[in-house]
Design a protein around this ligand. Sequence first.
Ligand SMILES: Nc1ncnc2c1ncn2[C@@H]1O[C@H](COP(=O)(O)OP(=O)(O)OP(=O)(O)O)[C@@H](O)[C@H]1O
Ligand SMILES: [Mg+2]
Length: 575
Amino acid sequence: MKRLLPYMSKYKAYAILTPILMVLEVATDIFIPFFMARIVDVGIKTQDIDYVIKTGMIMVGLALLGMFFGVLSAFCASRAGHGFASELRLETFKKVQSFSFGNLDDFSVSSLITRLTNDITTLGQVTVMSLRMGVRAPFMLMFALIMAITINAQLTMVFLVSIPLTIVLMGFVFKKAGPIFSKIQKQVDRLNSVIKENLTGIGVVKSFNRESFEEKRFAVANDALRDTALEAVSMIAFFMPIINIVIYATIIAVLWFGGQQVVQGILGQGSLISFITYITQVMISLMMLSMFSMQLLRGNASRKRVIEVWDTYSEITEIDNPITEVENGSIEFKNVSFKYPTSNTNVLNNINLAIQAGETIGIIGSTGSSKSTLVQLIPRLYDATEGEVLVGGHNVKDYSVKPLRDQVAFVLQKNTLFRGTLRDNMHWGNADATDAEIEVALRQASAWDFVSAFNDGLDHEVEENGDNFSGGQKQRLSIARALLKNPKIIILDDSTSAVDMSTDAKIQNTFATDLKDITTIIIGQRISSIQNSDRILVIHEGEIESIGTHDQLLLESEIYREINESQAKGVGVNE
Ligand SMILES: Nc1ncnc2c1ncn2[C@@H]1O[C@H](COP(=O)(O)OP(=O)(O)OP(=O)(O)O)[C@@H](O)[C@H]1O
Ligand SMILES: [Mg+2]
């Protein structure tokens, strides 16, 4: 809690006002039964109508005042609670931004979404409740108890039985409820992951007619959440009537003993009535306290999940005094092996390779042969498990991450555009790029033709994920975005796979002429995409099978020859 509290500072005033207003509200609630007793025991007994009306007016005034304090404290509490939640959300979001690919693999994206939304909202709600119920209940309990004692100390003895009984019952429920709340959050994670996977892949789901399968998968996660939620509710549902029985038994006991005192003339009728109101208030406060503690348990489960995010640090760390300038575009792999954090087998084994600045390297190999994995080590999306990766003559770990990633432009295999205009998207590459510079980059990526065809040109809106562009268009826009960084190294991971052959050839031509100073790594599935590279790397099962020019590899590499032959045949049949 100490770690979360500073995020309340902006809303401190509200957080302080709420309990004060709440105490004032409780005070009015407490005095009302007191005046009621006066009406019965003084006003009615002496038939003094004036007294009854005057006291009645005070009661109405108190009730109105109480209502005013109540509304105001509710307002302040929501300000404090939801403001607090929004600060926590911002902090957590910032933290997630710093996460490496490895951290994201560990948490899973859906779980992070649940933590950022559901868990933090819960924390906000629990805060609202703590500020209100958490203050109201103990104060009301105390005040009402004091009032009851002043009316009749002997009668308050009934609490000696009912309060401990309630506490024992509460303790019993808590022990069971804590784990259930943690379980609920995990199941919300699971449900969100099913929803996310389904909605992001809805096209595939539909084309494979997998709707009913997906519904079943959803139903399983949904039912599990329902059952756990019901488990929590049924425990509360079971608890409530028991507490009610305790309350009624207490009232009956008071009526029994108090009634005798009234008959004996020791206690006024009005005092008995207000006494009963006070003990009801005491019991209600106890009930409120138990509900409130239940919410605290729920909040605690969410708090742990948020802190877990805060306590996770990207393993991609910077050294003290990192290098901020990438001298040249040379790359070297020295005895590099790699395994993903979530797996225990190496997917790259003992890679040794030196690439000169300005060289164009093609990479080819069957699917799953670790082509993407290899190049991800260059801008430190992951760190090599063994060996060293050097850029511009220095280990990538010695660089400050930002300049390194600015100098190593990476067009990911699964590239994405973001909601906003085309210009906004291009500014990701370089926030200061002018329209003229953007046009140059778009031309180099062979994207200018279709962009200039829009009436609104660079103002054209891009939808979420770039869904209003074709696969090939998206790829070319992603290349342009990367070029705008003016990088020393550019990595194109299967970035022209959806582009037709002639456009692909045009893009390659631009790289070979205009952009020949940039070190270029092209991963391709088609021989035609890479055959003009200075050197071609054939990767097989995480190892370099051979390196050479197209002609050399045709002679030396069996794998390369096979790929070439199968594609040459394919070309004959299809195109
Ligand atoms: N995030 C990840 N966590 C765990 N394993 C992964 C992850 N990404 C890839 N792998 C595994 O690493 C191996 C290499 O994958 P990689 O994506 O590098 O292949 P690739 O050669 O790029 O394939 P493709 O041609 O299909 O793009 C595969 O066996 C894959 O299952
Ligand atoms: Mg790949």
